[in-house]
Write a protein that binds this ligand. Sequence first.
Ligand code: SAM
Ligand code: PRE
Length: 257
Amino acid sequence: MRDEIYRSVDAGSNNQDDAAPAASVAPFRFNETVAHVFHDMINRSVPGYSLMLELITLLAGRHAGQGARCYDLGCSLGASALAIAQGMKRHGNDKTARIVGLDNSAAMLTRCRQNVLRDAEAAAMIELLEADICEHRYEPSEFIVSNFTLQFVPPEKRPALLGRLYDSLQPGGAFFLAEKIRYDDSEVDRLMIEIHERFKRSRGYSELEIAAKRAALEAVLLPESSETHISRLKDAGFSQVTECFRCLNFSAFLAIR
Ligand SMILES: C[S@@+](CC[C@H](N)C(=O)[O-])C[C@H]1O[C@@H](n2cnc3c(N)ncnc32)[C@H](O)[C@@H]1O
Ligand SMILES: O=C(O)C(=O)C[C@]1(C(=O)O)C=C[C@@H](O)C=C1
C-alpha cells in the first residue's frame, strides 16, 4: 500500500521558507495508519534499506549457528526477522533456531504475524512479543539486530539498553545497528539532510509531504552522530566496533562482543 499519510496534511504551503510545516502536525506514531503503509514508507525513505536486509541475512549466516537465539528489536512488519531466518536457512540451522521479534506497537505486530505466517519455515523459527526493548529480559543470544529502532528510544535510555544487549550476547556474538545519524558539523548536517530530502523527492514524495513528515519526526526520532554511536558501543564493552555502511545521514554499525 502506497504511503500517502502526509499528502493531505497542511504543511504550511503559504510559507516562503522552503515549505516549513505548520505547528499542527501530530508527532509520528507507529499506529495502524503507519503500519498499513510502512513497507512502502521505509523503502522509499531510507537509502540502502534493502541492502541492510541483505547484510542482516549475511550476518545471520555468519553468527547464528546451530541452536542460536537471535533478537530483532523493533521488528515492525518482520522484514529483519525474516532476513535472519533466510540467513539461518541457508546454513541449515533452521530446525534449531529461535528468532525473537520485539515491538511495542500492537498494530505493527498484528501485521507482522500475518507476514511471518506466509512463510511456514520462517514461522516455525520466529516468536513475536509485544514488549519494550528497554525493559525486556534478554536470554543468552548470538545475534541481535536493531534496524532503525534505537533512534526512537530516548537517548538517556540508550546506554543501559546497550549494556543489556552486550550482557545477552555470547562471546563472539554480533550486534547489528542501523540508524539515521546527524553530523556535528551543522553545515554538513544540513547538506546531508537536503540530499536525503532530494532522495525522497526522487521517490515520489512531495515537498509538502517531506516537510510534514520532518515536523512529525522532530521530537520522536532523535539521531546521534556516528562518533557517539561508536563510543557508546565501545563503552558497553564491545571489543570490535565498525561502521560498516554509510549513505548520507544513514549508517550501520557492526559490534562484536
Ligand atoms: C523504523 S521501525 C523498524 C523497522 C524494522 N526493524 C525493519 O527492519 O523493517 C521502528 C520500530 O520500532 C518500534 N519501537 C520503537 N520504540 C520501541 C521500544 N521502546 N520497544 C519496542 N519497539 C519499539 C516501533 O513500534 C517500530 O515498529
Ligand atoms: O522519512 C524519514 O525522513 C526517515 O527518517 C525515515 C524513517 C526512519 O529512518 O526510520 C522514519 C520513520 C519511519 O520509521 C520510516 C523511515
